[in-house]
Design a protein around this ligand. Sequence first.
Ligand code: ADP
Ligand code: MG
Length: 355
Amino acid sequence: MTTLPDEVLKDHLRHYAAFAEADRTRILAAVIKNYGRSVDHSDLDRDTQWRAAVQDLTTSPLTADLVESTARLLSNRATGPRPKFRPQSLLADIGAAVQQLPLSAEHQLGLALDMHEQGFAPVLTYAFNQWVTAGVEAKTVGRCLAELTVMGLYRLAEAHEATTDAALFGSGSAADVIRTGSRVRKHPRNYAAREVLLPLEFANYRLLAQTRLHDRIPANADFQPTTKTLYHDYVPGRDGVAILKSGFLPNRQQRIDLRRLHSALLRELLEYGLVLDLHPGNFVWDDHGDRWVLVDIGPIPVIGSDEYFIEDFSAYYTNTWLNRLTRERVEPIRSIDYSIEFPLDATAKSWPGAW
Ligand SMILES: Nc1ncnc2c1ncn2[C@@H]1O[C@H](COP(=O)(O)OP(=O)(O)O)[C@@H](O)[C@H]1O
Ligand SMILES: [Mg+2]
């Protein structure tokens, strides 16, 4: 398994207290904004209140005071004892706290505020346009939500804008992806990429390079531990999204090869417990090798991963490839809305760079 062990996940959640105030503020603001997305427009009073609050966060300078008081106002927490998060059983405590509350923006935001105030990263239970607290065991629920926070919300911590380097290509959502000759490097742009996503992507390389998928991932991967930069060989060709955008559908040879790769991927990923982002932008059609190469083997959270693990190839192909461009249009924000203070930055778009 190259997923995060419980202890590491807990350390990351506790590390929240060490972030700069501006980062914690931005994360809490994103949590408010995303809960606002769950409020039904036909619920007029609530909808107006949430819209006004979110509008305020988007137009005024984000200060800790503004964001915390907004969260307090919207969540309207009951007075009385706050939930306790014990370091030893942090994940189970989070899951239990979530399970005890109704799935409403107000209640769930109240919990996020409790966590924030106690120095733990908040969890977000509304993402992918739905409530994402499915699960029976408290610890499993807590684990999945914690993973969504450190792989998702932590993109807002220690973040810098995308480089304007001319060699920048692709549309990385967490890393700058830069090509130099026959090599590509992924350079982290925030805490999530630096401490979680790129180290795990390299771990995935070491694992998959030993399997039958070794020639379906870029060759010669390397990782620079001080800068946390990932390197691999450039694969000459176009990725699946570029092909779809050019107005063409994958040809017969490409479809046959994709079917073969899809079935091999499902088998290996299940065997090793990996959760990868199998969206068309991550597959490059290798013009020399006449086959698909999965150029992005970075992990994604279990929450929201179901569409990539559709066992039936036709269903996967229709849903994830053929319907891709239409779905991007009707549902511009898919996973989490990150557009807090970086309105023009790539982090604002959760679709193109993938997840
Ligand atoms: N080794 C490679 N060869 C060819 N293209 C690549 C390679 N690595 C990345 N790309 C291109 O850059 C894009 C972004 O890289 P990716 O690793 O998917 O970043 P992210 O993790 O941010 O999604 C890909 O969708 C692909 O088009
Ligand atoms: Mg990608």
